[in-house]
Unconditional design. Structure first.
Length: 656
């Protein structure tokens, strides 16, 4: 097989910015009239960005959202996983990178998924990765003894052009007991994120065991990956730093944070990518420590200007989207402000300036010949006919450094600029989620050709891990059968004329100050949860918050959120007692509502009592309960309200 058919590592390529005015677009398809690019419809972009994973599901694809896919490779020793790109091999390194990177997007921007009704779809895709990783890992006594890091071989697979459903015969399974440490670390990162995102303690056990295996064996995969996905510089340290950072997030065990700091490179020099996750690891470390100097020092030199950032000839759009994703996370936590730059780059990728866009199915100016066997619907890659199926939302490689883009399936230039892949898509998912979180623009489509019926009902994601007790690696946590309920009771004390009303809400929720957006560190509770009706004549005069922490609470500073027609003057109100020094691991903070707020707080900001927290000493704390005191001028009543969280072994936990 000619070398032109193989993936390039691209480790030593330098950065380059390309003006889109020099872009050359060539295509063998008939010219089309471009529709409105909708280059700021980030809701739709996030929705579309997930569908490539449905199209690339391997094995039993009954959960795929794509109508034209069917079961394939059912003879594989371990079913599942995802096809790498337009081919059908399961390469472990981009597989683990993609799973952990989309997991990162959900971890950072889960509210975006919830608001758009995309959480269930994301969870299906994410679990498709992580459940496969667990099935591919054999353990004894909590230690990894063997794991499957690749299914299929690159060159034999590339000799076949056709649908995966028709690809017959057995495929080589690549198992190892003493290598592929880079891939094991990527699997570990994805599984740690699965724990953080969905509170799956079994995933955390596997993550710990795979990370330990990676550090113990410390050898990159070589068999089966040569010419395709060999780790940059044949090192595992970047993958291990990436995994260790997420394991620290999941466990708060300092050994993982120390590992991450020691293993990440001293000098950053490449995008967050399958072959080098140093930038991703450094970004998570910065989020943990609050020190953004290293990350900002690198990305500030790239994430600027209006020209298209082209870092590599092969798959330039993925690196561009990857830089958008990281820069927007840095923006979220105060590591710089790159929001306008990222918005401008995505505008270029989506054809917002009248140019070609690089997302399949986005508009009339999208690629129609992307390099993808299943979507082509034919047995000849050299045909000039458009693909039979629209590979909805797939990000193609994009223009090379010379500004050339060709919408064709064949020849090396076609592979470089018009192929699609799991790792390309992970960067698009991350950028789309971050852009929607930042700008909140657009809406999802309610029907898409080639996509099965779907439900976009907004909801909430699974609870974050808190008190889950770890089981031993290689074992499964026992789960109860049936249904359990947790009930929160809100009681209103019967106020006497001229007295005071008292409304208590049992919260019992853990917070992490460092994980709150720097410019939006607000905590809110809806009045209706306290039993207070909107428009009540009662005025809130005092707020009492019971807090606890694992250690000394220290200084606590807050402010009340309010809402009036003059938000510039009344959005935040503070009193002298807002800053309090708290000793011990539990305390009750009582704030008197300022008199100029009391008259309007009955309606509040969006029907809630909101207060922000800044400059506190203990980043991790729990709000045990919140009590509101009113002037008690309403009709005396006794009110009890309940909010119930139901958990079963087969459903997703929903929290309020």
């Amino acid at each position: 097989m000619s070398k032109q058919f193989l993936k390039r590592v691209g480790a030593a390529c330098t950065s380059a910015a390309m003006a889109f005015g020099t872009l050359v677009v060539a295509s063998t398809s008939a010219p089309m009239t471009a529709a409105a690019a909708e280059s700021n419809n980030y809701a739709r972009l996030l929705q579309y960005s997930l569908y490539l994973y449905d199209a690339n599901m391997c094995g039993d694809v009954s959960k795929s959202a794509i109508e034209w896919r069917g079961n394939c490779h059912m003879q594989d020793e371990v079913l599942g996983g995802y096809h790498d790109a337009g081919d059908h091999v399961m390469f472990g390194l981009p597989q683990g990178y993609s799973a952990s990177t989309i997991g990162w997007s959900f971890y950072e921007f889960k509210d975006s998924y919830d608001k758009l009704g995309l959480t269930d779809h994301f969870k299906t895709i994410s679990k498709g990765f992580t459940e496969f990783f667990k099935k591919s890992t054999k353990m004894s006594g909590g230690n990894v003894t063997n794991f499957l890091y690749q299914k299929g071989e690159g060159e034999p697979d590339h000799m076949y052009w056709g649908a995966p459903e028709n690809q017959s015969g057995s495929r080589k399974m690549f198992w190892t007991s003493n290598g592929a440490s880079d891939i094991a670390a990527e699997y570990a990162a994805a599984l740690a994120l699965d724990y953080l995102n969905f509170n799956d303690s079994e995933s955390l056990n596997y993550a710990k065991a795979l990370y330990d295996y990676s550090c113990r064996t410390n050898q990159v995969a070589t068999d089966g990956v040569q010419g395709f996905y060999l780790s940059n510089d044949a090192k595992c340290s970047d993958d291990q730093a990436w995994a260790a950072a997420w394991l620290y997030k999941a466990t708060k065990d300092d050994k993982y944070l120390n590992d991450a700091k020691s293993k990440v490179t001293q000098y950053l020099g490449w995008a967050h990518a399958w072959g080098n996750t140093d930038l991703g690891a450094a970004t998570v470390i910065a989020e943990i420590t609050g020190d953004w100097s290293k990350v900002n020092g690198y990305i500030s030199g790239l994430c600027q200007g209006s020209n298209y950032l082209c870092m590599e000839n092969w798959g330039s759009a993925r690196y561009n989207c990857g830089m958008q994703f990281v820069s927007l996370i840095a923006t979220k936590y105060g590591g710089g402000n790159y929001a306008d730059w990222a918005k401008g780059q995505m505008n270029l990728i989506l054809g917002g300036n009248g140019g070609k866009n690089y997302v399949v199915g986005w508009d009339n100016n999208s690629p129609t010949h992307c390099h993808h066997r299943a979507a082509s619907g034919m047995n000849d890659s050299h045909s000039d006919e458009p693909n039979k199926y629209v590979l909805v939302g797939a990000l193609v490689g994009g223009p090379n450094k010379s500004g050339v883009y060709v919408d064709q399936r064949y020849d090396e230039i076609g592979y470089q600029v018009n192929e699609v892949a799991l790792d390309y898509q992970a960067c698009l998912v991350g950028a789309a989620a971050a852009l929607y979180d930042k700008f909140g623009t657009g809406s999802c489509d309610t029907s898409i050709v080639g996509v099965k019926n779907f439900n976009l009902t907004p909801g909430t994601s699974d609870p974050q891990p808190g008190t889950t007790q770890d089981s031993q690696p290689g074992t499964t946590e026992p789960t109860s059968q049936g249904t359990t309920s947790t009930t929160t009771v809100t009681t209103k004390t019967n106020p006497q004329p001229g007295g005071s009303g008292k409304y208590t809400l049992d919260v019992n929720k853990a917070y992490n100050y460092n994980e709150m957006p720097e410019n939006d560190r607000m905590i809110g509770f809806k009045y209706e949860d306290f039993g207070l009706a909107a428009g009540s004549s009662e005025k809130i005069s005092k707020v009492e918050v019971k807090l606890s922490a694992n250690g000394n609470l220290g200084t606590w500073v807050g402010a009340f959120g309010t809402s009036t027609t003059d938000e510039a003057n009344n959005y935040w109100k503070m009193s002298d007692e807002m800053q309090q020094s708290l000793s011990g691991s539990s305390a009750t903070v009582t704030w008197t509502v300022p008199s100029d707020v009391a008259s309007i707080i009955q309606y509040g900001y969006g029907g809630e009592i909101k207060f922000g927290v800044w400059w506190i000493d203990n980043a991790q704390f729990t709000i045990d309960s919140v009590t509101l005191y009113t002037d008690g001028t309403s009709t005396p009543t006794q009110t009890t309200s309940k909010s119930t969280t139901t958990t079963t072994t087969t459903t997703t936990t929903t929290t309020t």
